[in-house]
Design a protein around this ligand. Structure first.
Ligand code: WT7
Length: 632
């Protein structure tokens, strides 16, 4: 099934078609997939409610499209090369047939555990092939998967299980990550003390550690699949049935469950994958993301498998056991398209070129970046030293909510410009709005990035709380989807993403709400109140700077307090969210009406020491001087 555009001219024609007649454009693409029943209507939408329905009346199962339909001709083709954490470990590979067999077995086993269409299943697993099996088994039986990144804490896991009222959780005994080993199952045990909806926990053996198996609740992965048949009739799904929930952070409150639908997500994940990466029949693709994030969902699992390609899945981290690990893996599997995050590039840049030049990277054709703006230095280093100035560098802008890449170069077809994501994919209609909500028609101006028209994989709702979906994305600018990002369009119409314009921090490509981190900090016994802002960080892109007001410190030192706060955030959210800097302050700069003036705190975190603009509304301007004097 080729969905690939092959020249930039063709891109322009397709783009025009997609805007002039979006329904016909997407219907022609949808026609290339396998359906149990074709759709009755192509698109019904209303951004006010919001409601978006693509291919209404259609019936399908996404796993038939990514497994069954490849078997006749490509059953023996490798679906994944799996590379272990440690280079001395045993690599594995799995064919499309092998994947089909195991997915069917686990599907049958999950059905026996009582999982039915529409039930939610949480997946809290390392980067092993069985995670892909678990995802696809859910999709096969119509269960809604909710993957929780294995770096989240037990409490964060429990929050997400409870929000989704999941019936089953699939996990492993433990995981390897660089030189660390994490006891995952014991975290699940902690979480499940507080999760009444969970009936079963499926446990995969990865690290051979001793785990507690609660009778009646916990079952062993291999034991339950062993005697199951390697066939499993797929559940027939409606186009708009939910395929998965994925939690992501926003500017307010607790993380929300972004819901994606079966048909629209299927079509857009395959379409965007093939066009951005421009892979050919026997190419090898590698996306280094974790399956716990949307990048892993769309470009490790769904996009590549729908397209029938061979991918690499890597268990480990870029710097273990040596800082050339990524390049070693590229050489080993002759990777043709390599997709990673700017933070990884920046951290590897620090090791110089010796680890790069040890390996042969000549198989690479397209290299990609995702998750945050890529600064010019990192762009150039990546382009010159990894891409050897001959590979296309695609800077792909998108979001958990968009399901797939929205603005990006298409392999070597599109013009490239450092730090510019570039042009929208066909079917994507970005606009820039000013602060009054008026459309900006000129170029070289910055504005709020919105979408004027639905695409197949747009967010459908936030799980259990449709109002929140409406308020977050469809209320700021009536009639448009608001991304939360600021962007600039240059004279050629290329988009450059500036960054978030809301209270969301992007740390190494991971999103956190400042309010979410503050809530975690405030749970510490020492803390009365706190304010969290971002500051520029050389490797992570943005770092987390926390200002905290403490109470009752008794004999405790500043170090005691900061380490207590760090532990608290690690337990509440996960180590990935711990503040890089914690400044203990006497008070926070507040207006007379009690609002924290974050603008000032942001400036201090960025290194500004004197020019804070208008501070006349501050209740106590001296607070600012005191903070500045001890700023970190
Ligand atoms: C936010 C979405 C989508 C995959 C990973 C992150 C930022 C993402 C880029 C890029 C500049 C980018 C935006 C966006 N972002 N890609 N190429 N250039 N910024 O997904 O966690 O949903 O975060 O990441 O700010 O809104 P996410």
């Amino acid at each position: 099934m080729s969905l690939r555009i092959k020249t930039f001219e063709e891109y322009k024609t397709e783009y025009k078609k997609s805007v002039n007649n979006p329904e016909r454009f997407w219907a022609e693409i949808a026609d290339k997939f396998s359906w149990q029943k074709k759709w009755d209507t192509i698109l019904n939408w209303n951004f006010d409610e919001p409601s978006v329905e693509w291919f209404g009346g259609g019936k399908l199962n996404i796993t038939e499209n990514l497994l069954d339909r490849h078997l006749d001709e490509n059953g023996t083709k490798t679906a994944f090369f799996w590379e272990p954490n440690d280079s001395t470990g045993t690599a594995k590979k799995i064919t499309y047939q092998g994947l089909y067999d195991e997915v069917c077995q686990l599907s049958n086993a999950l059905r026996k555990l009582g999982v039915k269409k529409g039930d939610r299943v949480c997946i809290y697993m390392p980067m092993v092939l069985e995670s892909v099996v678990a995802i696809l088994a859910c999709a096969r039986i119509g269960a809604v998967h909710s993957i929780i990144f294995a770096g989240f804490s037990a409490q964060a896991l429990a929050d997400r299980i409870n929000d989704a009222t999941a019936k089953v959780v699939i996990t492993s005994d433990g995981l390897y990550r660089g030189d660390k080993q994490v006891a995952l199952k014991s975290m699940v045990d902690d979480a499940l003390n507080d999760c009444p909806s969970i009936e079963h926990c499926v446990v995969l053996n990865v690290t051979n550690e001793k785990v507690n198996m609660q009778q009646g609740r916990d079952v062993d992965y291999h034991t339950i699949i062993k005697n199951e048949p390697k066939h499993c009739p797929p559940e027939i799904m409606e186009s708009e049935d939910p395929l998965f929930i994925l939690y992501t952070s926003g500017s307010t409150g607790k993380p929300k469950g972004v819901v994606h639908s079966c048909a629209g997500y299927m079509i857009y994940s395959a379409y965007s994958f093939q066009n951005v990466f421009q892979g050919e029949e026997n190419d090898v693709f590698w996306c280094t993301a974790d399956i716990g994030w949307i990048t892993g969902h769309t470009y490790i699992v769904y996009g590549p498998l729908l397209s029938g390609v061979t991918s690499v899945m890597f268990e480990g981290i870029p710097t273990y056991p040596h800082p050339g690990r990524f390049w070693e893996v590229c050489e080993k599997y002759n990777v043709n398209q390599f997709y990673t995050a700017p933070t990884a590039i920046r951290s590897l840049m620090g090791f110089g070129l010796t680890p790069v030049n040890k390996f042969d990277l000549s198989s690479l054709k397209v290299i990609g970046s995702v998750g945050e703006p890529i600064n010019e230095e990192a762009w150039t280093w990546y382009f010159e030293n990894i891409g050897k100035k001959k590979c296309a560098l695609v800077d792909t802008w998108w979001q958990t909510e968009t399901g797939g890449i929205m603005i990006s170069g298409l392999g070597n077809l599109s013009p490239m410009q450092p730090m510019h994501a570039g042009y929208p994919l066909p079917g994507i209609q970005p606009i820039l709005l000013d602060s009054e909500g008026m459309i900006i028609t000129e170029n070289e101006v910055e504005g709020y990035l919105c979408m004027a028209y639905p695409w197949p994989s747009i967010i459908r709702t936030t799980y259990g709380d449709h109002e929140r979906c409406k308020n977050t994305y469809f209320s700021n600018y009536k009639g448009y989807y608001f991304t939360g990002d600021g962007a600039k369009r240059d004279k050629n119409g290329m988009y450059r993403i500036i960054g978030r314009v809301d209270d969301v921090i992007n740390v190494s490509g991971h999103r956190f709400g400042t309010a979410e981190i503050e809530d975690a900090i405030n749970m510490d016994d020492f803390v009365i109140e706190s304010a969290v802002v971002a500051f520029p960080h050389d490797i992570k892109g943005q770092g987390i700077y926390a200002y905290v007001v403490v109470d009752q410190r008794g004999e405790s030192s500043d170090e005691d307090i900061t380490s207590s706060i760090i532990n608290c955030v690690s337990a509440r959210i996960g180590k990935i969210a711990k503040p890089d800097k914690i400044q203990i302050v006497e008070g926070l700069p507040k207006t007379r009406s009690g609002k924290i003036m974050r603008r000032i705190l942001r400036k201090i975190a960025e290194g500004e020491r004197s020019n804070f603009g208008d501070t006349s509304t501050l209740l106590d301007p001296e607070v600012v001087d005191k903070i500045v004097r001890k700023a970190l």
